[in-house]
Design a protein around this ligand. Structure first.
Ligand SMILES: Cc1ncc(C[n+]2csc(CCOP(=O)(O)OP(=O)(O)O)c2C)c(N)n1
Ligand SMILES: [Mg+2]
Length: 341
Protein backbone atom coordinates (compact mmCIF):
# COMPACT_ATOMS: atom_id res chain seq x y z
CA UNK A 1 0.00 0.00 0.00
CA UNK A 2 1.18 3.49 -0.71
CA UNK A 3 -0.29 6.99 -0.98
CA UNK A 4 -1.19 9.44 1.76
CA UNK A 5 -2.72 7.03 4.23
CA UNK A 6 0.06 4.46 3.94
CA UNK A 7 2.68 4.30 6.68
CA UNK A 8 4.88 7.20 5.64
CA UNK A 9 7.99 5.13 6.28
CA UNK A 10 7.31 2.55 3.57
CA UNK A 11 8.59 3.48 0.13
CA UNK A 12 6.32 2.28 -2.67
CA UNK A 13 7.21 -0.81 -4.57
CA UNK A 14 7.76 -0.36 -8.30
CA UNK A 15 4.39 -0.05 -10.04
CA UNK A 16 2.75 -2.80 -12.07
CA UNK A 17 3.60 -0.88 -15.21
CA UNK A 18 7.34 -0.90 -14.65
CA UNK A 19 8.50 -4.04 -16.46
CA UNK A 20 11.61 -4.26 -18.64
CA UNK A 21 12.22 -1.13 -20.74
CA UNK A 22 10.18 -1.09 -23.94
CA UNK A 23 11.31 2.46 -24.67
CA UNK A 24 13.94 3.17 -27.29
CA UNK A 25 17.54 3.79 -26.13
CA UNK A 26 17.13 7.41 -27.30
CA UNK A 27 14.08 7.83 -25.10
CA UNK A 28 15.77 6.27 -22.08
CA UNK A 29 18.72 8.56 -22.69
CA UNK A 30 16.34 11.55 -22.78
CA UNK A 31 14.87 10.50 -19.40
CA UNK A 32 18.30 10.22 -17.84
CA UNK A 33 19.45 13.47 -19.36
CA UNK A 34 16.46 15.40 -17.97
CA UNK A 35 16.83 13.82 -14.52
CA UNK A 36 20.54 14.49 -14.27
CA UNK A 37 20.14 18.02 -15.64
CA UNK A 38 17.46 18.76 -13.02
CA UNK A 39 19.65 17.39 -10.23
CA UNK A 40 22.69 19.36 -11.41
CA UNK A 41 20.87 22.67 -11.82
CA UNK A 42 19.20 22.33 -8.41
CA UNK A 43 22.52 21.49 -6.71
CA UNK A 44 24.07 24.62 -8.22
CA UNK A 45 21.10 26.69 -7.08
CA UNK A 46 21.38 25.31 -3.56
CA UNK A 47 25.03 26.41 -3.45
CA UNK A 48 24.13 29.83 -4.88
CA UNK A 49 21.43 30.14 -2.21
CA UNK A 50 24.02 29.52 0.52
CA UNK A 51 26.06 32.32 -1.05
CA UNK A 52 23.04 34.63 -0.72
CA UNK A 53 22.65 35.03 -4.47
CA UNK A 54 19.05 33.83 -4.90
CA UNK A 55 16.60 36.70 -4.42
CA UNK A 56 13.51 34.46 -4.08
CA UNK A 57 12.70 31.09 -2.51
CA UNK A 58 13.84 27.89 -4.11
CA UNK A 59 12.09 24.53 -3.76
CA UNK A 60 14.16 21.49 -4.64
CA UNK A 61 12.53 18.51 -6.33
CA UNK A 62 14.99 16.07 -4.76
CA UNK A 63 13.52 12.57 -4.96
CA UNK A 64 10.71 13.79 -7.25
CA UNK A 65 12.67 14.50 -10.42
CA UNK A 66 11.27 11.46 -12.21
CA UNK A 67 7.70 12.63 -11.61
CA UNK A 68 8.10 15.89 -13.50
CA UNK A 69 10.17 14.25 -16.24
CA UNK A 70 8.23 11.00 -16.77
CA UNK A 71 4.87 12.77 -17.00
CA UNK A 72 5.78 15.70 -19.25
CA UNK A 73 7.75 13.45 -21.60
CA UNK A 74 4.35 11.93 -22.45
CA UNK A 75 3.13 15.24 -23.84
CA UNK A 76 3.25 16.54 -27.39
CA UNK A 77 6.13 18.99 -27.12
CA UNK A 78 6.51 21.73 -29.70
CA UNK A 79 8.02 25.21 -29.73
CA UNK A 80 5.50 26.97 -31.99
CA UNK A 81 2.50 27.18 -29.67
CA UNK A 82 0.69 24.18 -31.14
CA UNK A 83 1.70 21.54 -28.59
CA UNK A 84 0.26 20.44 -25.23
CA UNK A 85 0.26 22.78 -22.23
CA UNK A 86 1.78 22.33 -18.77
CA UNK A 87 1.15 24.21 -15.55
CA UNK A 88 3.93 23.21 -13.13
CA UNK A 89 4.39 24.08 -9.45
CA UNK A 90 7.58 25.78 -8.24
CA UNK A 91 8.86 22.28 -7.41
CA UNK A 92 8.33 20.75 -10.84
CA UNK A 93 11.76 21.83 -12.14
CA UNK A 94 12.27 18.99 -14.63
CA UNK A 95 9.03 19.83 -16.47
CA UNK A 96 10.51 23.12 -17.65
CA UNK A 97 13.55 21.43 -19.16
CA UNK A 98 11.43 18.75 -20.82
CA UNK A 99 9.26 21.47 -22.40
CA UNK A 100 12.36 23.16 -23.82
CA UNK A 101 13.59 25.68 -21.24
CA UNK A 102 17.39 25.91 -21.15
CA UNK A 103 19.58 25.76 -18.02
CA UNK A 104 20.72 29.32 -18.77
CA UNK A 105 17.16 30.65 -18.87
CA UNK A 106 16.29 28.80 -15.68
CA UNK A 107 19.38 30.02 -13.81
CA UNK A 108 18.94 33.61 -15.01
CA UNK A 109 15.33 33.46 -13.87
CA UNK A 110 16.12 32.10 -10.39
CA UNK A 111 19.01 34.55 -9.98
CA UNK A 112 16.71 37.43 -10.96
CA UNK A 113 18.96 38.54 -13.81
CA UNK A 114 18.28 40.75 -16.80
CA UNK A 115 18.11 38.83 -20.03
CA UNK A 116 16.28 35.94 -18.35
CA UNK A 117 12.70 34.93 -19.20
CA UNK A 118 11.11 37.67 -17.04
CA UNK A 119 14.12 39.96 -17.36
CA UNK A 120 14.77 39.79 -13.63
CA UNK A 121 11.38 41.18 -12.64
CA UNK A 122 10.15 37.97 -11.00
CA UNK A 123 12.70 35.55 -9.55
CA UNK A 124 10.15 32.72 -9.20
CA UNK A 125 11.27 29.37 -10.68
CA UNK A 126 8.82 29.46 -13.60
CA UNK A 127 7.40 31.70 -16.27
CA UNK A 128 4.83 31.65 -19.05
CA UNK A 129 6.01 30.67 -22.51
CA UNK A 130 3.00 29.67 -24.58
CA UNK A 131 5.13 28.76 -27.59
CA UNK A 132 6.63 25.94 -25.54
CA UNK A 133 3.35 25.25 -23.74
CA UNK A 134 4.50 26.48 -20.33
CA UNK A 135 2.46 28.39 -17.76
CA UNK A 136 4.00 30.18 -14.77
CA UNK A 137 3.11 28.81 -11.33
CA UNK A 138 0.57 30.88 -9.35
CA UNK A 139 1.26 31.82 -5.72
CA UNK A 140 -2.17 30.62 -4.53
CA UNK A 141 -2.05 26.83 -4.51
CA UNK A 142 -4.73 25.00 -6.48
CA UNK A 143 -5.70 27.98 -8.63
CA UNK A 144 -3.97 26.63 -11.71
CA UNK A 145 -6.44 23.74 -11.79
CA UNK A 146 -9.16 26.33 -12.43
CA UNK A 147 -7.04 28.15 -15.00
CA UNK A 148 -6.19 24.92 -16.79
CA UNK A 149 -9.84 23.83 -16.70
CA UNK A 150 -10.67 26.99 -18.65
CA UNK A 151 -7.77 26.62 -21.06
CA UNK A 152 -8.48 22.98 -21.82
CA UNK A 153 -12.19 23.73 -22.25
CA UNK A 154 -11.21 26.32 -24.87
CA UNK A 155 -9.01 23.74 -26.62
CA UNK A 156 -11.90 21.28 -26.71
CA UNK A 157 -14.41 23.88 -27.96
CA UNK A 158 -12.03 24.88 -30.76
CA UNK A 159 -11.71 21.25 -31.77
CA UNK A 160 -7.95 21.17 -31.14
CA UNK A 161 -6.59 17.82 -30.03
CA UNK A 162 -4.24 19.37 -27.47
CA UNK A 163 -4.02 18.29 -23.84
CA UNK A 164 -3.29 20.19 -20.63
CA UNK A 165 -1.38 18.88 -17.63
CA UNK A 166 -1.54 20.61 -14.26
CA UNK A 167 0.62 19.71 -11.27
CA UNK A 168 -0.43 20.14 -7.67
CA UNK A 169 1.12 19.15 -4.38
CA UNK A 170 -0.80 16.94 -1.99
CA UNK A 171 -1.40 19.99 0.23
CA UNK A 172 -2.84 21.95 -2.70
CA UNK A 173 -5.57 19.31 -3.11
CA UNK A 174 -7.18 20.66 0.08
CA UNK A 175 -7.86 24.10 -1.39
CA UNK A 176 -11.28 25.16 -2.62
CA UNK A 177 -9.87 26.23 -5.99
CA UNK A 178 -8.52 22.74 -6.62
CA UNK A 179 -11.93 21.14 -6.01
CA UNK A 180 -13.89 23.74 -7.95
CA UNK A 181 -11.51 23.56 -10.89
CA UNK A 182 -11.52 19.77 -10.91
CA UNK A 183 -15.30 19.55 -10.77
CA UNK A 184 -15.73 22.06 -13.58
CA UNK A 185 -13.17 20.28 -15.76
CA UNK A 186 -14.78 16.91 -15.01
CA UNK A 187 -18.30 18.12 -15.88
CA UNK A 188 -17.10 19.69 -19.12
CA UNK A 189 -14.94 16.65 -19.97
CA UNK A 190 -11.88 18.82 -20.44
CA UNK A 191 -8.74 17.18 -21.89
CA UNK A 192 -6.86 17.71 -18.64
CA UNK A 193 -4.41 15.51 -16.71
CA UNK A 194 -4.24 16.47 -13.03
CA UNK A 195 -0.99 15.27 -11.49
CA UNK A 196 -0.95 15.04 -7.70
CA UNK A 197 2.57 14.95 -6.33
CA UNK A 198 1.95 12.95 -3.17
CA UNK A 199 5.26 13.72 -1.47
CA UNK A 200 3.74 13.32 2.01
CA UNK A 201 4.37 16.88 3.19
CA UNK A 202 2.87 20.32 2.76
CA UNK A 203 5.48 22.55 4.31
CA UNK A 204 5.75 20.91 7.80
CA UNK A 205 2.26 19.35 7.72
CA UNK A 206 2.23 15.60 7.07
CA UNK A 207 -0.47 14.41 4.69
CA UNK A 208 -2.33 12.52 7.41
CA UNK A 209 -2.96 15.90 9.13
CA UNK A 210 -4.73 17.35 6.10
CA UNK A 211 -6.85 14.48 4.79
CA UNK A 212 -8.43 11.30 6.12
CA UNK A 213 -8.38 9.47 2.81
CA UNK A 214 -5.89 6.71 2.06
CA UNK A 215 -5.07 7.85 -1.45
CA UNK A 216 -5.99 10.93 -3.46
CA UNK A 217 -7.40 8.54 -6.06
CA UNK A 218 -10.33 8.03 -3.67
CA UNK A 219 -11.49 11.48 -4.75
CA UNK A 220 -11.94 10.39 -8.38
CA UNK A 221 -15.34 8.67 -8.02
CA UNK A 222 -16.68 11.81 -6.33
CA UNK A 223 -15.93 13.76 -9.48
CA UNK A 224 -16.69 10.98 -11.95
CA UNK A 225 -13.16 10.90 -13.33
CA UNK A 226 -10.54 8.24 -13.91
CA UNK A 227 -7.34 8.12 -11.88
CA UNK A 228 -4.29 5.95 -11.43
CA UNK A 229 -1.41 5.88 -8.96
CA UNK A 230 2.21 5.11 -9.67
CA UNK A 231 5.53 4.89 -7.87
CA UNK A 232 6.88 8.35 -8.62
CA UNK A 233 10.49 7.32 -8.05
CA UNK A 234 10.40 5.00 -11.07
CA UNK A 235 10.60 7.33 -14.08
CA UNK A 236 9.84 4.62 -16.62
CA UNK A 237 6.72 3.51 -14.74
CA UNK A 238 5.61 7.14 -14.40
CA UNK A 239 6.07 7.66 -18.10
CA UNK A 240 4.10 4.59 -19.14
CA UNK A 241 1.24 5.51 -16.82
CA UNK A 242 1.27 9.15 -17.94
CA UNK A 243 1.31 8.18 -21.61
CA UNK A 244 -1.95 6.27 -21.18
CA UNK A 245 -3.56 9.09 -19.17
CA UNK A 246 -2.57 11.68 -21.81
CA UNK A 247 -3.90 9.44 -24.56
CA UNK A 248 -7.24 9.03 -22.75
CA UNK A 249 -7.53 12.79 -22.23
CA UNK A 250 -6.71 13.42 -25.91
CA UNK A 251 -9.25 10.84 -27.03
CA UNK A 252 -12.13 12.63 -25.30
CA UNK A 253 -12.31 10.53 -22.11
CA UNK A 254 -12.16 13.66 -19.93
CA UNK A 255 -10.12 14.53 -16.87
CA UNK A 256 -7.50 12.04 -15.73
CA UNK A 257 -5.85 12.05 -12.33
CA UNK A 258 -2.35 10.73 -11.79
CA UNK A 259 -1.09 10.24 -8.24
CA UNK A 260 2.70 10.19 -7.98
CA UNK A 261 3.68 8.41 -4.80
CA UNK A 262 6.98 9.48 -3.32
CA UNK A 263 8.60 11.61 -0.65
CA UNK A 264 9.89 15.15 -0.41
CA UNK A 265 13.56 14.46 0.34
CA UNK A 266 14.43 18.13 0.76
CA UNK A 267 12.99 20.77 3.07
CA UNK A 268 10.00 22.74 1.80
CA UNK A 269 12.45 25.30 0.46
CA UNK A 270 16.12 25.96 0.98
CA UNK A 271 15.42 27.83 4.25
CA UNK A 272 13.72 24.79 5.81
CA UNK A 273 16.06 22.35 7.59
CA UNK A 274 13.40 19.59 7.92
CA UNK A 275 13.94 19.40 11.69
CA UNK A 276 10.41 17.94 11.95
CA UNK A 277 11.21 14.92 9.76
CA UNK A 278 12.19 11.63 11.34
CA UNK A 279 15.81 10.96 10.21
CA UNK A 280 15.28 7.21 9.78
CA UNK A 281 12.28 7.81 7.54
CA UNK A 282 14.30 10.15 5.37
CA UNK A 283 17.08 7.60 5.20
CA UNK A 284 14.70 4.88 4.02
CA UNK A 285 13.36 7.08 1.24
CA UNK A 286 16.81 8.24 0.19
CA UNK A 287 17.37 4.64 -0.86
CA UNK A 288 14.75 5.23 -3.57
CA UNK A 289 16.65 7.82 -5.56
CA UNK A 290 14.98 8.16 -9.00
CA UNK A 291 18.30 8.80 -10.67
CA UNK A 292 19.80 5.65 -9.18
CA UNK A 293 16.69 3.61 -10.08
CA UNK A 294 16.83 4.75 -13.70
CA UNK A 295 20.59 4.18 -13.87
CA UNK A 296 20.17 0.61 -12.60
CA UNK A 297 17.40 -0.01 -15.12
CA UNK A 298 19.63 1.14 -17.96
CA UNK A 299 22.65 -0.85 -16.77
CA UNK A 300 20.50 -3.97 -16.53
CA UNK A 301 19.64 -3.71 -20.23
CA UNK A 302 23.09 -3.13 -21.72
CA UNK A 303 26.57 -2.67 -20.28
CA UNK A 304 27.20 0.00 -22.92
CA UNK A 305 25.22 2.31 -20.68
CA UNK A 306 28.21 2.64 -18.33
CA UNK A 307 30.15 4.75 -20.82
CA UNK A 308 27.04 6.42 -22.24
CA UNK A 309 25.99 7.60 -18.79
CA UNK A 310 29.48 8.85 -17.96
CA UNK A 311 29.65 10.82 -21.21
CA UNK A 312 26.17 12.24 -20.72
CA UNK A 313 26.89 13.32 -17.15
CA UNK A 314 30.18 15.02 -18.10
CA UNK A 315 28.47 16.84 -20.96
CA UNK A 316 25.61 18.03 -18.73
CA UNK A 317 27.96 19.18 -15.96
CA UNK A 318 29.89 21.27 -18.53
CA UNK A 319 26.67 22.65 -19.95
CA UNK A 320 25.42 23.67 -16.50
CA UNK A 321 28.79 25.16 -15.50
CA UNK A 322 28.75 27.28 -18.62
CA UNK A 323 25.15 28.33 -18.00
CA UNK A 324 25.93 29.18 -14.38
CA UNK A 325 28.91 31.35 -15.38
CA UNK A 326 26.86 33.10 -18.03
CA UNK A 327 23.91 33.65 -15.69
CA UNK A 328 26.18 35.10 -12.99
CA UNK A 329 27.73 37.40 -15.57
CA UNK A 330 24.29 38.73 -16.58
CA UNK A 331 23.35 42.10 -15.12
CA UNK A 332 20.46 43.02 -12.88
CA UNK A 333 17.33 44.68 -14.25
CA UNK A 334 17.29 48.47 -14.33
CA UNK A 335 14.53 50.19 -12.37
CA UNK A 336 12.09 51.96 -14.67
CA UNK A 337 12.60 55.73 -14.83
CA UNK A 338 10.25 57.95 -12.82
CA UNK A 339 6.80 57.76 -14.42
CA UNK A 340 7.89 54.78 -16.54
CA UNK A 341 6.46 51.28 -16.43
C1 LIG B 1 -4.07 28.94 -1.04
C2 LIG B 1 -2.71 28.89 -0.40
N1 LIG B 1 -2.59 28.56 0.90
C3 LIG B 1 -1.37 28.51 1.49
C4 LIG B 1 -0.24 28.79 0.77
C5 LIG B 1 1.13 28.74 1.44
N2 LIG B 1 1.89 27.58 0.97
C6 LIG B 1 2.80 27.68 0.00
S1 LIG B 1 3.49 26.22 -0.38
C7 LIG B 1 2.58 25.40 0.78
C8 LIG B 1 2.71 23.92 0.96
C9 LIG B 1 2.50 23.20 -0.34
O1 LIG B 1 2.42 21.83 -0.11
P1 LIG B 1 2.05 20.85 -1.29
O2 LIG B 1 0.85 21.34 -2.01
O3 LIG B 1 1.98 19.49 -0.73
O4 LIG B 1 3.28 20.99 -2.31
P2 LIG B 1 4.81 20.59 -2.05
O5 LIG B 1 5.43 21.82 -1.45
O6 LIG B 1 4.85 19.43 -1.15
O7 LIG B 1 5.35 20.31 -3.41
C10 LIG B 1 1.75 26.29 1.46
C11 LIG B 1 0.82 25.92 2.54
C12 LIG B 1 -0.41 29.14 -0.60
N3 LIG B 1 0.65 29.39 -1.38
N4 LIG B 1 -1.63 29.17 -1.17
MG1 LIG C 1 3.40 17.99 -0.72
Amino acid sequence: MSGPGAPASVPPQPGADSGPPEESPEQLQAFYRALYLTRQVEERLERLHHQGRIPGHFHRSLGQEGGAVGTTMALRRRSDGTGDLVAPTPRTTGALFVMGATPLEYLQQCLGRAGGPTDGRDPGPGWTDLDRGLLAPLPAMGNLVEVMAGITLALRMRGEDRVGMVFSGDGATSTGAWHEGLNFAAVRRCPLVVVVEANQWAFSTPTRRQTRIESFLERCPGYGIQGVGVDGTDTVAVHRTARKAVERARNGEGVQMLELQYYRLSGHDLDDNQAYVEPMELERWRARDPLEILRNRLLATDSDWVSRIQAMEAEIRDEVTQAEEEALASGFPQAAPEGGT
